[in-house]
Ligand binder design. Structure first.
Ligand code: PEP
Ligand code: MG
Length: 586
């Protein structure tokens, strides 16, 4: 049936910009063959061989994984791989699958059927141990089926797109998004996801438009069909007609012109009309981004998300891998400061490809993430701290701990840091003895004790991406609760005010590196609340600068006082929409 023209799907704008292009449909990894195909007697021996070959390959893959974990994390952590390995060896599975093949089933169908039957039995078990094995069984079964159908890793597919395409997927992990970085991807759209998911943040860093949370776009498009991706409005238009394409082409031209205009203010200072100065810095995920940072005249790097070093590699990065990445960054920053955040793995930054192979948690965002993970596995933390400290002898580095939720955690992290410093001194390895140490304020408990924490650190950096999700109890990657994820909720604004005031009372600077800092709509209120530094995705730097240069600080202070008295976010939004800028900001 012919598709109607201009079917418009509304999602969540994750990264701005507009593109028109052809669809690259990235299939789900969890597809399983459900169709039963009858295999004649004469071909069954061949089918048995295919199955045995698949088991052999899956076994080799698991063996490699097991020894890798053994090597890097120790025998205790190889437990999960061990369980999978045992399942592959299970004679019951082999026997049942072979029986089915010998009565005419295709191997992949037989493996899938066996898995479903056993999962059905286990899911109703009262013993939790058995219920928990369901995920393991599914994973092992998927590995065998991957081998049977020759399914390629999604990353391999993404790396080989080869032509300018718009990637359409049910969901994309941050690690997959990083792979797209060097390639010719025009933009991407996903069924799932929220505005501050790390997948969206990477898209922002790449400067490619993205729309997430479209619910069912993957079932509404065909590979290679032409679509329009409007990252500004959070829209995707299917089967656009000539007029709509023309309208969008014009819009793209206007956007290009606006970008040229912004280019002109790149090297000007971030100073308000009445002479108040703030700093604008850049967020990076990759050491190769420093050229772009410098070209935008950023005052430095306000957040280097070092966990990206862990993505798409098969071993845990050594001290030297860390060191080399950080030296590369600081040496190219020509003396400008770089805030290096220690590892923040966990939450939505833990995918099947991550090298730690930690057990899946029920609530990853509330679980073993960031500083919690580093304190539990000190070896990982120490290697990173040594890398950072050694690099601090080569350029200006400030150290930042993520996800701190109480004083004890900060003290424990500092204890490790002091030990690392002592070791380096003993080894005569130079580092910056005055390295500044700050914490992210991104958990409500930390915000509420920010008066205490401020006395123990050199600076704060507010992580609104997490602060909002934890304050509102609204998962930042879940499109179903995106309406609750609101930076203008009075509770969020009160927390921001509290953090900034407490920081200033203790005489320390307060920065913000969450996405709220990079969204021009919130710039006036953040200025009014007294924020000292905005650390934003590189492409947003001139836009934020333009807003700062168009407002009066005294007026913004009054505006923030007024806003803090409001009962709800819609009232606040109206006030922000009514701001008069000294020049046209569009
Ligand atoms: C934040 O939470 O606002 C932040 C900057 O950290 P991340 O997005 O990496 O969690
Ligand atoms: Mg965070």
């Amino acid at each position: 049936m012919k598709k109607e023209h201009n079917i418009t799907l509304k999602g969540i704008s994750a990264s701005s910009g507009i593109v028109i292009g052809k669809v690259f449909l990235l299939k789900n990894d969890d597809f399983m063959p459900t169709e039963e195909i009858y295999i004649p007697q004469s071909e069954r021996a061949k089918e048995v061989l295919r199955f045995q070959e698949a088991i052999k390959n899956a076994r080799a893959e698991m063996q490699e994984l097991r020894s890798k974990i053994n090597r890097t994390l120790g025998a205790n952590y190889a437990k999960i791989a061990e369980v999978h390995f045992l399942m592959l060896e299970d004679p019951l599975m082999t026997q049942k699958v072979l029986e089915m093949i010998n009565s005419g089933s295709k191997a992949e169908y037989a493996v899938d059927k066996f898995t479903k039957d056993i999962v059905k039995t286990l899911e109703v078990e009262s013993d939790e141990y058995f219920r928990e094995r369901v995920a393991d069984i599914k994973e092992v079964s998927k590995k065998i089926i991957d081998n049977l159908i020759g399914r390629k890793d999604r990353k391999v597919l993404l790396e080989n797109i080869g032509e300018n395409k718009i990637v359409v997927a049910h969901t994309l992990s941050p690690a997959e998004t990083v792979v797209m970085k060097e390639k010719f991807v025009l933009g991407f759209v996903t069924d799932m996801g929220g505005r501050t998911s790390h997948t969206a943040i990477v898209a922002n860093g790449l400067g490619i438009p993205a729309v997430v949370g479209l619910t069912s776009i993957t079932s509404n498009v065909e590979p290679n069909e032409e679509i329009i991706l409007d990252g500004n409005a959070g829209l995707v238009i299917l089967n656009p007609d000539k007029e709509v394409i023309e309208k969008y082409r014009q819009e793209i031209k206007n956007l290009d012109k606006a970008t040229e205009e912004l280019d002109k203010i790149k090297n000007m200072s971030a100073t308000t009309v009445d002479g108040h100065n703030v700093e604008i810095l850049a967020n990076i995920e990759n050491p190769n981004e420093t050229n772009l940072v410098l070209s935008m005249h950023a005052a430095g790097i306000g957040l280097y998300r070092t966990e990206f070093i862990y993505f798409n590699r098969s071993d845990i990065p050594s001290e030297n891998v860390h060191y080399e990445a950080y030296v590369k960054v600081v040496e190219s920053m020509n003396g400008l400061p770089t805030v290096i955040r220690t590892l923040d793995l966990g939450g939505d930054k833990l995918t099947e490809s991550d090298v730690l192979h930690l057990e899946k948690e029920k609530n990853p965002f509330m679980g073993l993430r960031a500083i919690r993970l580093c304190l539990k596995y000190p070896r990982i933390f120490i290697d990173q701290l040594r890398g950072i400290l050694r690099a601090s002898a080569k350029g200006k580095i400030n150290l930042l701990y993520p996800m701190v939720s109480c004083v004890d955690e900060l003290d424990a992290a500092n204890e490790v840091l002091e030990k690392v410093k002592t070791d380096l001194r003993k080894e005569n390895i130079p580092f910056d003895e005055d390295i500044k140490v700050g914490i992210m304020i991104e958990v409500p408990s930390a915000a509420l004790i920010s008066d205490i924490l401020a006395k123990k650190v050199d600076f704060f950096s507010i992580g609104t991406n997490d602060l909002i999700q934890y304050s509102m109890a609204a998962d930042r990657v879940n499109e179903n609760v995106a309406h609750l994820y609101n930076p203008l909720h009075p509770a969020v604004l009160r927390l921001l005010k509290m953090i900034i005031d407490n920081g200033h009372k203790a005489g320390i600077k307060v920065a913000m590196c969450g996405e709220m800092a990079g969204s021009p709509f919130y710039t006036p209120i953040l200025l009014g609340l007294g924020l000292d530094e905005f650390s934003v995705s590189i492409v947003q730097i001139p836009r934020i600068k333009k807003i700062i240069r168009s407002v009066n600080m005294e007026e913004m202070k009054k505006l923030s006082d007024e806003v803090l008295k409001c009962d709800d976010s819609s009232q606040i939004e109206q006030i922000l929409k009514g701001i008069k800028f000294s020049e046209d900001i569009n």
